[in-house]
Design a protein. Structure first.
Length: 365
């Protein structure tokens, strides 16, 4: 499909720079299968679900993936910024760096901020390899849990560029950009639909007879990137690692057999569930990478309802929601949201999508 079909104009003032407080006070646009729209709030979520429905959240935890340092060992020592995007092994990460032109394989970067001490005072990494568009492989001087602690000591919260370009990340973001379910470290971006949840909302869902399950998908920086090619079939998705336990898979299958619906909290939960589900609708245990790319025409196997934030123009995520609810329906929903002052992106409001009855368009996987 043509990428420009998924473009739209968004006023800069629609981009949320801070989350709603309390979190479940955020607005929620309910999008029905027939395209009817209803304005609500996140706190209303239990009223839109039924006893026996199964909510699935992503329990990944965002790491302090934003690092600042300088190249050392040569005559000049230019400042270097790096965003970790994917762990390769105990001591190596793929990262996006700038300015990439200042680095060559074999260079050493020394990370660390004034006022923050990391072990012996520094965190060094060698540039092992360079790729395209600022991507490098970094081999750190520490390994395993020691490296994890070092990154936590010198790193900062990796806010999306559409927020970080408008204000400086601060200590408030350390908690704001983490869901209440965060448990398994490894994400470099938050599963933002989960940011709306509070203990009070979880209790209300439980009282409604809705069961909550957890999976893990370590969200990568590719979630921020617009699709730059003209045709969606030419776009290459970044792979992300995920896990669904055998217990969770069995519980979801049992609930569906009794008529319960699966409600994905966020596109990350949906993408992993769809990756782990057989063509006949059985959720399987999963522990691997997925690079599933969902566009209109995809036939959903697992998920019946999706709670998700409002996404970037020309993004894979807007393509996904258009596959779920229909492109025209989502274009109308986004136009309504813009007119009515909904807040967009990671810290913004949400929409509750009920799956369209028929597939729309062609698929690319």
């Amino acid at each position: 499909m043509r990428t420009d079909l998924f473009d739209f104009d968004l006023p800069p003032e629609s981009i949320a720079l801070r989350p709603a407080s309390p979190r479940d006070a955020a607005r929620m646009l309910v999008v029905h299968p027939d395209g009817v729209l209803r304005d609500a709030t996140i706190a209303d979520l239990p009223h839109w679900l039924e006893p026996g429905d199964q909510i699935v959240v992503n329990d990944t935890k965002v790491i302090a993936a934003q690092l600042k340092g300088r190249r050392i060992g040569r005559e000049t020592e230019p400042k270097i910024e790096a965003t970790l995007i994917k762990r390769l092994d105990g001591s190596r990460w793929q990262a996006l760096v700038k300015p990439a032109k200042k680095l060559a394989p074999g260079d050493t970067i020394r990370f660390g901020n004034e006022g923050k001490v990391c072990l012996l005072g520094n965190l060094d990494a060698e540039v092992e390899a360079k790729g395209q568009e600022g991507e490098v492989t970094l081999s750190f001087s520490f390994h395993g849990p020691v490296l994890d602690q070092a990154i936590a000591d010198v790193g900062a919260t990796p806010l999306p560029p559409y927020i970080a370009s408008k204000r400086t990340p601060d200590d408030q973001d350390v908690s704001d950009y983490q869901t209440m379910f965060a448990a398994n470290e490894g994400a470099v971006a938050a599963p933002t639909a989960g940011l709306h949840f509070t203990p009070a909302l979880e209790a209300a869902l439980r009282d409604r007879g809705v069961t909550l399950h957890r999976l893990t998908l370590h969200v990568g920086a590719g979630t921020f990137l617009p699709v730059k090619v003209d045709e969606t079939s030419e776009h290459k998705m970044h792979a992300e690692w995920g896990r669904i336990t055998a217990e969770t898979a069995a519980a979801l299958n049992a609930a569906r057999a009794k008529g319960g619906r699966i409600v994905a909290i966020g596109t990350t939960s949906l993408r992993l569930l769809e990756s782990a589900t057989t063509p006949d609708g059985k959720v399987q245990p999963f522990a691997a990478e997925t690079s599933i790319f969902i566009t209109p025409g995809y036939r959903f196997r697992a998920v019946d309802i999706l709670l998700t934030n409002f996404h970037l123009p020309r993004s894979t995520l807007f393509m996904l929601v258009s596959a779920f609810s229909g492109l025209e329906t989502m274009q109308n929903a986004y136009a309504h949201a813009i007119r009515d002052g909904y807040r967009f992106y990671s810290y913004g409001d949400a929409c509750l999508l009920f799956r369209a009855r028929e597939p729309h368009g062609d698929s690319d996987l």
